[in-house]
Write a protein that binds this ligand. Structure first.
Ligand code: SAM
Length: 257
C-alpha cells in the first residue's frame, strides 16, 4: 500500500537509513584514529560520563567503551542506526556502559556542566562545527574535553569542481588554522589535531560500499530516487579519490576553558 503521509524528507531519510545502517561506519574513521584522539585526553581514567553524538551504528562508540571506564550516551537521529547499534551492543559485555538515544544532537538531554567528555566523529557538521562546539560547551565540565572529526581543506586554493561540491554540501568546511581558531573562539584550548589517514576513507568507509550498494539497488529495484542516491554516493567516492590531496577529515581535540 502506498504511504501518502510520507514527505520527501522522510523518504530520503528512509533511503539513507536503508543504505548507511548496513555499514559498520557511516563516515571516515578507524579504531586506531579513535584511540589516537583519546590519547590526547589527560586523566582519561577520570572520564565517567560522556556523550557520542551522531553515533551511527556505533563502531567508534564500542572503541570508546573499550578504551575508557565511562558511561556513554550514544545519540543518533535515525532510529534504524540505533536499532542496529542496540543489536551490536547485546553481542558485547558493554550493555551496562552504553545507553542509546534516538534524538538530535541539537537538543542535549544533559544538565549544564555535567559531562566529562563530548565526542562526535564525522557528525558535528549536522548542526555545524561552530554551532556544535558552542552548544556543547555548556554541558561539559570546566577543564574537560571535546573531540570531533570534521571536514577540512588542506590547501588555501583548490580546483573549482571540489570547491563547488563542498560549497553546495557543507560550506562550513575550512582550512585547519581556521578550524583551530574557531575552536578557541568557542571557549576551548585547542589541544591537538591530526589528519585522518586516507585508509579511514578508502578501506574503512568506502571499501564495504559496493556490496551494500548492490544489495540496496536490488531491494529498491525500479526506484529512481534510490538509483540517483547511489549515483550521488559513487560520485562522492570518485571526488574523494580525485581530490584527496585538497581535503579530508581532521580530528580536533579541545579542552574547555
Ligand atoms: N559517527 C558515525 C561514524 O563515524 O561512523 C556516524 C557518522 S555519519 C557521517 C553522521 C551520523 O549523524 C549519522 O548516523 C546520522 O544519522 C547522524 N545525524 C544526522 N543528523 C543528526 C542530528 N541532528 N542529531 C544526531 N545525529 C544526527
Amino acid at each position: 500500500m502506498k504511504d501518502n503521509s510520507k514527505t520527501i524528507v522522510d523518504f530520503n531519510f528512509s533511503l539513507i537509513a536503508d543504505f548507511f545502517a548496513r555499514l559498520n561506519r557511516q563516515g571516515p574513521g578507524s579504531e586506531d584514529v579513535t584511540k589516537k584522539a583519546l590519547s590526547f585526553i589527560d586523566n582519561l581514567a577520570d572520564v565517567k560520563k560522556m556523550v557520542d553524538l551522531g553515533c551511527g551504528t556505533g563502531t567508534q562508540t564500542l572503541t570508546l567503551a573499550e578504551n575508557t571506564d565511562a558511561h556513554i550516551t550514544a545519540i543518533d537521529l535515525i532510529p534504524e542506526m540505533i536499532e542496529v547499534f542496540d543489536g551490536r551492543i547485546k553481542e558485547t559485555k558493554l550493555e551496562q556502559r552504553i545507553s542509546t538515544v534516538v534524538g538530535s544532537m541539537g537538543e542535549s538531554p544533559f544538565a549544564e556542566n555535567s559531562l566529562d567528555l563530548v565526542w562526535a566523529e564525522g557528525s558535528i557538521y549536522n548542526i555545524g562545527y561552530n554551532y556544535g562546539l558552542k552548544y556543547w560547551h555548556q554541558y561539559l565540565k570546566k577543564g574537560c574535553y571535546i573531540g570531533v572529526s570534521e571536514a577540512s581543506w588542506f590547501t588555501e586554493e583548490r580546483p573549482d569542481e571540489i570547491q563547488e561540491f563542498w560549497d553546495a554540501n557543507y560550506p562550513e568546511i575550512d582550512t585547519i588554522p581556521i578550524k583551530i581558531a574557531q575552536m578557541r573562539d568557542a571557549g576551548y584550548t585547542p589541544v591537538a589535531h591530526f589528519i585522518l589517514p586516507e585508509t579511514c576513507w578508502l578501506d574503512e568507509f568506502y571499501a564495504p560500499m559496493p556490496k551494500v550498494a548492490e544489495e540496496f539497488l536490488i531491494r529498491n529495484a525500479g526506484n529512481k530516487i534510490a538509483e540517483e542516491f547511489m549515483q550521488m554516493n559513487s560520485h562522492e567516492v570518485e571526488l574523494y579519490k580525485r581530490y584527496k590531496e585538497y581535503y579530508g577529515y581532521v580530528f580536533y581535540i579541545g579542552k574547555k576553558i
